[in-house]
Design a protein around this ligand. Sequence first.
Ligand code: ATP
Length: 339
Amino acid sequence: MSKRRIAIIPGDGIGPEIMDATLQILGAAGFEAEYITLEAGQPALDRGQPAMPPETVEAIREIGIALKGPTTTPVGKGHTSANVALRKALDLFANVRPTRSLPGLKGPFEDKNIDLIIVRENTEDLYAGIEFQPHPDMAQAVKVITRPGSNRLSRYAFEMARKQGRKHVTAVHKANIMKLTDGMFLDEFYKVAADYPEMEADDIIVDNCCMQLVTRPEKFDVVVTENLYGDIVSDLCAGLVGGLGLAAGANIGEKTAVFESVHGSAPDIAGKGIANPTALVFSALMMLRHLGEREKADLIGRAVLRVLKEGKVLTGDIGGTATTVQYRDEVLRQMAASQ
Ligand code: ATP
């Protein structure tokens, strides 16, 4: 049987370092695939290409599954975000970001039992990229919310909740102010909720949601929200459980799935060999589960949790002094010890 093909986009900044560590960990778990390495981010920009070159997009479309490192988006004129371009081109409408309390990590939320999943809309809202300047002293952006877009996102969230045995789905919005756009989102959410009577469905205004996430994060289960709120709220959630170095994500479309960590390219630490690869490893575990490779995902997941719990070999962002390679080797050692 021919090997499963997976597109690999190392990206830029810390991307190549954490991708390397992640692929070695996947290999040690016995996961076999034909990796097709594709270019995006700074290496593409250096060649005068867009940050997300059309050949890369087409290759991911054809392969169907990708593991992606972070890609820098230069701030300002003329640069379209590689991520936004990819999500729109492949219609990766749902961005799934789990937040779970991890063993051994110290911080103000260490005694909370957090286990929630954010399902963020990925192609609409203010990220539709419709901006214009009708006057030198005024710029405008258009917020786009559609009924079909809101409906399929909510349906994805309820289906995911059902499959994972979760009980409670909460819509996050600001419909008290944005009555037409967020009102439509909320309307579709409750239409879909009616098809899942076993599930508790409710909603919360985004500012109150942020406050409650900090005071009572354990009460959230599945959170479904628009693009901009999801972007902000998911970084907040990453902060609750140890920071961006641990936060995984998946971009899901009808035919394609791209797995990537929540963090950016971390230019401040790029090339120093000290980045935490866990977020990309956890994203790769979401990919393994998506591919039905549950046992291999569990093997790696258990090893990472043991490394975090023991707390002896940790990278700097979570309070240790280990390099990326030392941390990777500790995960490999724990995997070997449990096999
Ligand atoms: P973007 O806008 O592309 O999402 P950003 O500007 O929000 O990026 P990041 O690149 O995510 O920023 O980095 C934010 C901070 O978190 C930086 O100080 C960075 O060093 C740190 N950081 C992010 N990812 C990691 C990681 N994997 N390991 C260690 N530190 C990280």
